[in-house]
Ligand binder design. Structure first.
Ligand code: B4P
Length: 198
């Protein structure tokens, strides 16, 4: 199973990715987590990545693509993977396409987790109180939403056109969202099992 999960910051990608990964027995790979884990490293690259994240911007495609390529080359990705938060730009979409072609395995589905801006801002401000993530200030959250709308939301159309998009409402309790998501993935995998609308 080769999956992507996309959605605005705070839609719950990371939250759902863990459940999906465990369900299918595949690694859930979050570029956000990989970059956050660099925070404690004392290298020029780690300092650069941390400064970009704290400003609410996107890490460069060059750095991001290289890190993802390294991760996908690891043995545990052989049976499949779920990429959480990647791709976020058109060059990342193209790089992933080339990597998948090289592996000889296409994507099975792209999950689009939707949540409106007021809800995601509310969630991230709450997370700021509990977890203290340094990119969860109100100004940074708004900037991240804006960059998502400009650079990442249009990519959903690419996957819709390819017939891969599985749209899921991210509002409501976490378990309800998970149930909705698995039902949508099952329907995508076996469209004939869904009652015809006609
Ligand atoms: P990410 O780590 O991907 O973070 P995110 O978009 O903020 O979070 P996510 O949607 O996963 O929300 P979560 O489940 O945590 O990115 C962080 C930064 O890394 C980016 O801004 C960028 O700088 C950099 N980056 C990452 N990937 C990159 C790429 N490909 N290219 C360039 N730069 C990249 O949920 C949020 C909160 O909501 C949590 O507190 C959670 O508990 C809560 N929540 C979840 N589901 C809920 C529900 N149903 N109801 C109520 N609350 C819920």
């Amino acid at each position: 199973m080769r999956l992507l999960i996309m959605g605005p910051p705070g839609a719950g990608k990371g939250t759902q990715a863990k459940t999906i990964g465990a369900h299918y027995g595949i690694p859930a790979i979050s570029t956000g987590d990989i970059f956050r884990s660099m925070k404690t490293a004392d290298t020029p690259l780690a300092h650069k990545v941390t400064a970009i994240m704290e400003s609410g911007g996107y890490v460069s495609d060059e750095i991001t693509n290289e890190i993802v390529a390294d991760r996908l080359a690891q043995d545990d990705c052989e049976p499949g993977f779920l990429l959480d938060g990647y791709p976020r730009t058109l060059p990342q979409v193209h790089t992933l396409e080339e990597a998948l072609a090289g592996m000889g395995h296409p994507l099975d589905a792209v999950i689009s987790l939707a949540a409106d801006e007021d809800e995601v801002v509310k969630r991230l401000l709450k997370r700021a109180e509990t977890d203290g993530r340094s990119d969860d200030t109100e100004a940074t959250i708004r900037k991240r939403q804006q960059i998502y709308a400009e650079q990442t939301a249009p990519l959903l159309e690419v996957y819709r056109r390819d017939g891969l998009l599985v749209e899921v409402d991210g509002l409501g309790p976490v378990e309800e969202v998970s149930q909705r998501l698995f039902a949508a993935l099952d329907a995508h995998a076996s469209p004939s099992s869904v009652p015809s609308a006609r």
